[in-house]
Design a protein around this ligand. Structure first.
Ligand SMILES: [Zn+2]
Length: 209
């Protein structure tokens, strides 16, 4: 299989959003899942996007965007929160694999956010998830509406901002226009992915000029 042509972050985003439309409307293509696809990827990978999202079992990134083998570099952790290892994984994809798009995706009815919102003292290592979620909850409290889901949107936006500002690798790649970062939100019932902005107007705000 010939090496995939390098695409831009915007082209990768268009590809993912088209895949999500197929997922929502039940017209999945299930691309790149054949033996030929497997064999073509043995010598290397060139994923079009990094996806950082929650580990929630109701959210399957490769299916949500109707992609297949070799298409997405998926990083999952409860709540979809960032830490140094996760930032390092994003850097690996962007710097080493030349992935042009980073997608930070939160979701409806997130259990990790719900637990923190209830003031539950998370036991053991799960307590490390709390600070970012707590900050998102505080920002969402002023908004009215559904606290948990608004906090999920706030969390994705703040993680995207953190990635955008991350020195030394990501900030430079994003400023130079080689990489685009977007925040988005996944609805469990509809399966729809919505791009987020601070103005809630569905425009990705972290794209480079
Ligand atoms: Zn979750």
């Amino acid at each position: 299989m010939p090496k995939q042509k390098q695409i831009t972050g915007q082209e990768a985003l268009d590809k993912l959003m088209e895949g999500n439309r197929r997922f929502v409307t039940g017209q999945l293509l299930h691309p790149h899942r054949t033996e030929e696809a497997r064999l073509g990827l043995v010598s290397g990978q060139s994923p079009c996007a990094v996806i950082l999202t929650c580990s929630d079992s109701r959210l399957l990134p490769v299916d949500v965007f109707d992609q297949g083998l070799g298409d997405l570099f998926v990083i999952r952790v409860a709540g979809g929160v960032l830490n140094d290892q996760i930032m390092g994984s994003i850097e690996y994809a962007v710097d080493h694999l030349k992935t042009p798009l980073v997608v930070i995706m939160s979701h409806e009815s997130c259990g990790a956010i719900t637990a923190v919102s209830q003031g539950v003292k998370l036991p053991g290592h799960t307590a490390t998830l709390t600070p970012s979620i707590d900050a998102a909850l505080k920002r969402a409290q002023a908004q009215g509406g559904n606290l948990i889901n608004n906090a999920a949107r706030e969390l994705a936006l703040s993680m995207a901002q953190e990635v955008t500002n991350s020195e030394p690798i990501l900030a430079d790649q994003i400023k130079s226009g080689k990489v685009m970062v977007v925040a988005c939100y996944y609805e469990l019932a509809s399966g729809e992915v919505t791009l987020l902005s601070n103005e809630q107007d569905n425009i990705p705000i972290y794209s480079p000029i």
